[in-house]
Design a binder for this molecule. Structure first.
Ligand code: F6R
Length: 610
């Protein structure tokens, strides 16, 4: 998604803005731009298609001196990826705007502005903002009042950074539906889409809330809330270090993040387990009281986080004995529902800013759920701020677009939830103690499975020239098959689908031939014999099987059947353990294909628009 950086300082800002954009690259984008007010009061701009490095080259060739500026990475929604659509947008050399979000009434505003004599130079929805702003400034309003008047005309979602050539002392920002933080320096202030962009210049942040409008000078920050009242927002010190968001010696962020999983899971468990039980306080101080009322669970999420929810449904029903519904947020938010009595509404999100998940949460809050719980990786995110209860996943910054450690830490958090709710229903103390012991063993088990990296890298060669791949699993492994297929398709661009293995003969069997590798997740559990019959169905039709099986599974490699052995694990932990080789497989196939592993085409890390 689009990324915003802005700075008002006593030193040149171009390098700070470019470094900020580089740090926002992980969000996904197709073009980038920067505008700086130079010492002579001229507004200078550079925009390029493609990577931030190209923009940096353009700025090196034609420097942008100045102490006030805004910059942007654009992920196209309205108008193709092209230089003329890249931000900042400027009106009549006077004011410049960067925008993240979607302006829903842009067509109407465009028609009115065109009729009033404005000339449009892009196909973006954003350009209407800068023309409205110009009109307000030309009518004599101060920058802050001009932004106030402009945003009052906008419907939709926006985070904005705005500057006016005639006002070198102010940078203005606004937030409605898309995240924005203010970075606090000494004699300098910044804005950005997230904290990562600003870590080289500050670790002190103010997180804007919905409807906030902020006016920054070098010395001051003033914020007005949606009701127009001047407000104080808390100043927070980020614990994230600049290095945590660096790739280190790894070839890609994705590989680094796959290998960080043992520590990330250990961090997610830390302080949340006693010797034999889960601490309900881990979910917030009111959790114990709220959990005791819960009789059902609804979980809503998107993408990989949705797959975590699908696994959790098995756990919550089987272990906690609670009915559990799971749905993708983009569907949930647009249908009428029956809210179960005394139900907990759970959202799962790495970023905590996914527009559909946030909208689903807001809908649930108005629908009579007993409480809302966010399982999220970003402490300062909107989802966390707006939920009654929170369980942070503590995966650390996830920069690769393809979610890896966020997923396994979500599963860990969902196991904590299952156990915490289960003890209030049908989980007895002995079983709780057994599950807690198992949970503690996960980081070590993950280390063992990561040792398969070289073997999986070799296996990847057999997938490189394929067009399609099928993933099969049963029970809790079906969502893991879905996740494996999602990883492969998003970073290697090989079409991959996942099926519950029992569904094979109801259609997908027709696809099987020698050109279709079939990846199977086969832990040693009650469904194994059934799964083996499904594998026979594939073999009988010439399909190539790649079976990830734990060491106890009696399966032999034969012609057309490759078996990859995983360390033996308990069925409860199998979804966590079996995810890792599928992540590695997708990673190595993508590397062999030479795709952009960390920033796959067309995708964004934080999907802040609908
Ligand atoms: C896939 C992936 C996406 C996200 C989805 C939800 O690898 O990363 O499918 O899982 O966009 O994002 P969050 O979890 O931030 O709400």
């Amino acid at each position: 998604m689009c990324g915003i950086v802005g700075a008002i300082a006593q030193r040149p800002v171009a390098a700070i803005l470019l470094e900020g954009l580089r740090r926002l690259e992980y969000r996904g984008y197709d073009s980038a731009g920067i505008a700086v007010l130079n010492p002579d009061g001229q507004l200078n701009r550079a925009r390029t298609l493609g990577k931030v490095a190209r923009l940096a080259e353009a700025v090196a060739a034609q420097p942008l001196p100045g102490l006030l500026g805004i910059a942007h990475t654009r992920w196209a929604t309205h108008g193709e990826p092209a230089t003329h659509n890249a931000h900042p947008h400027i009106c009549r050399d006077r004011c410049a705007v960067v925008h993240n979000g979607i302006i829903e009434n842009h067509e109407l505003l465009r028609a009115e502005q065109r009729a009033a004599g404005h000339r449009f130079t892009s196909e973006t929805d954003t350009e209407v903002i800068v023309h409205a702003l110009y009109d307000a400034l030309a009518a004599g309003l101060s920058l802050i009042d001009a932004v106030r008047q402009t945003t009052a005309q906008l419907q939709g979602a926006y985070a904005l950074g705005v500057l006016d050539r005639h006002d070198p002392e102010h940078l203005v920002a606004a937030r409605q539906g898309s995240p924005l933080v203010i970075g606090i320096g000494f004699g300098e202030h910044f804005i950005a889409s997230d904290v990562f962009a600003l870590l080289p210049v500050t670790n002190r942040f103010i997180f804007l809330e919905e409807g906030d409008l902020a006016e920054l000078t070098r010395e001051t920050v003033r914020i007005w809330n949606a009701a127009g009242e001047l407000v104080e927002r808390p100043l927070k010190t980020s614990q994230v270090t600049a290095e945590a968001a660096e790739r280190g010696s790894y070839r890609h962020f994705m590989l680094k993040e796959i290998f960080e999983q043992p520590q990330a899971l250990a961090a997610t468990l830390e302080g949340r387990l006693l010797a034999d039980r889960v601490l309900p306080e881990s979910f917030g101080s009111q959790a114990a009281a709220l959990f005791s009322q819960i009789q059902a669970v609804t979980i809503v999420a998107c993408g990989t986080s949705f797959h975590a929810a699908l696994v959790a449904r098995h756990w919550l029903e089987a272990i906690a004995g609670l009915p559990c519904q799971v749905e993708v947020a983009s569907e949930y938010r647009y249908r009428a529902h029956v809210v179960p009595a005394q139900a907990l509404f759970v959202t799962i999100s790495q970023s905590g800013e996914t527009a559909d998940t946030l909208a689903a949460l807001r809908l649930a809050q108005a629908s009579g759920y007993a409480a809302t719980l966010a399982i999220c990786n970003v402490p300062e995110s909107s989802l966390v701020r707006e939920s009654d209860l929170v369980l942070l996943t503590r995966a650390g910054p996830e920069i690769g677009v393809a979610s890896t450690k966020a997923f396994t830490t979500q599963l860990t958090a969902l196991l904590l939830l299952t156990i915490a709710l289960g003890r209030l229903h049908r989980l007895d103390a002995t079983e709780e103690a057994r599950l807690v012991t198992l949970l503690r063993s996960v980081p070590k088990q993950l280390e063992a499975v990561l040792a398969l990296d070289a073997q999986i890298a070799a296996l990847a060669e057999q997938f490189v020239d394929k067009q399609h791949t099928l993933f099969l699993g049963r029970g809790t492994q079906y969502p893991i098959a879905l996740e494996g297929a999602l990883k492969l398709k998003e970073i290697s661009y090989i079409h991959a689908e996942a099926y519950p293995a029992g569904e094979l003969k109801h259609g997908p069997l027709a696809l099987i031939d020698e050109e279709m590798p079939v990846v199977v997740v086969a832990p040693n559990n009650a469904l194994l014999e059934k799964l083996k019959s499904n594998l026979e169905e594939v073999r009988a039709r010439g399909g190539q099987l790649f079976v990830f099986a734990d060491s106890q599974v009696a399966l032999t490699a034969t012609a057309g059947v490759t078996v990859i052995r995983l360390p033996e694990t308990d069925d409860l932990l199998a979804p966590l353990i079996f995810t890792v080789p599928l992540q590695l497989l997708a990673y190595h196939v993508a590397v062999l294909k030479g795709t952009d592993v960390d920033q796959p085409r067309n995708l964004a890390k934080s999907v802040t628009v609908e």
